[in-house]
Ligand binder design. Structure first.
Ligand code: NDP
Ligand code: 8X3
Length: 252
């Protein structure tokens, strides 16, 4: 039986690139996002190209019951999840603290912290039964160092950092690996979402910079799954060479 990877936020960006990378390496996939049409397109291409099996799970990670149902309803052969790429998330807005939109804050907290934790908890319960598995959590340089007008997004990614450590500690006794990946600037749909469709503001994020691609990040994520059973990368920061952290960049 091929290995199984469960990837959230697989309709775009890092999640989609991870789907492509794991598919190319023979994994069967469980793919999640809210946009079913996108998932169908990606799934059809990957099944055709690599002859793998793909299961789609269309749900919003903020819906606790939907997350639980999506995992508990898996047939036994699909419950043997080897890798979780816990990636679904977003930033909304780039505003000073006192001016930020509370709805933006609520969506980020509900998605990046609560939804993230619902998924990790549901999948980890299956991994615990098998005493094996690898959880890969999507953090950010924004979780390592706060930047101006990053307030709540930075806080949610800081929570991912803390929860990744917490999961690693609590799952030691179950032999489950927990890796946190913290990318810097990567050109996906992230900035278009953050700036609510304003393509110019989104493009400016990457001006004078050769950003990471989603494939760069997926390659590194996949690499962390190729190590021997006794070796775990706990925490990994990956940025463009022109970026040192969430603040310092050298733009040409
Ligand atoms: P994209 O916008 O390209 O992809 C985000 C993915 O998350 C989409 O597939 C989207 O699918 C999914 N998603 C968002 N909200 C939900 C939800 N409520 N339920 C289920 N799926 C959801 O951005 P990225 O690929 O860049 O972002 C992926 C992760 O990487 C995020 O956690 C982000 O914070 C993080 N990150 C991004 C960086 C960057 O510079 N790009 C750097 C560091 C971290 P759909 O809309 O179909 O539901
Ligand atoms: C995404 C990277 O620097 O825009 O998490 O916050 S950054």
């Amino acid at each position: 039986m091929s290995k199984i990877a469960f990837i959230t936020g697989a309709s775009s960006g890092f999640g989609k690139a991870c789907a492509e990378k794991f598919a190319a390496n023979g994994y069967n996939l469980i793919l999640n996002a809210r946009r079913e049409d996108r998932l169908n397109e990606i799934s059809n291409v990957l099944k055709e190209q690599y002859g793998i099996q793909i299961l789609l799970r269309v749900f919003d990670v903020r819906e606790q019951q939907a997350v639980s149902d999506a995992v508990t309803s898996l047939h036994d052969e699909w419950k043997a999840i080897d890798v979780l790429v816990n990636n679904a998330g977003l930033a909304l807005g780039r505003d000073y603290f006192e001016e930020a939109d509370l709805d933006d804050w609520n969506i980020m907290v509900d998605t990046n912290i609560k939804g993230f934790a619902y998924v990790a908890k549901a999948v980890s319960q299956l991994m615990v039964l098998r005493k094996q598995g690898h959880i890969i959590n999507m953090g950010s340089v924004a979780g390592k160092l706060v930047y101006e007008r990053g307030n709540m997004y930075c806080a949610t990614k800081s929570a991912v950092d803390a929860l990744s450590h917490a999961m690693r500690v609590d799952m030691l006794r179950h032999n489950i690996k927990v890796t946190a990946i913290h990318p810097g600037a990567a050109e996906t749909e992230f900035s278009v979402v953050r700036f609510k469709g304003d393509e110019t503001s989104a493009r400016n994020v990457y001006a004078g910079l050769q950003p990471l691609t989603a494939a760069d990040v997926a390659d590194v994520i996949f690499y962390t799954t190729t190590l021997p059973p006794h070796v775990c990368i706990n925490d990994l920061v990956i940025t463009p060479t022109q970026q040192a952290d969430g603040i310092y960049m050298h733009r040409h």
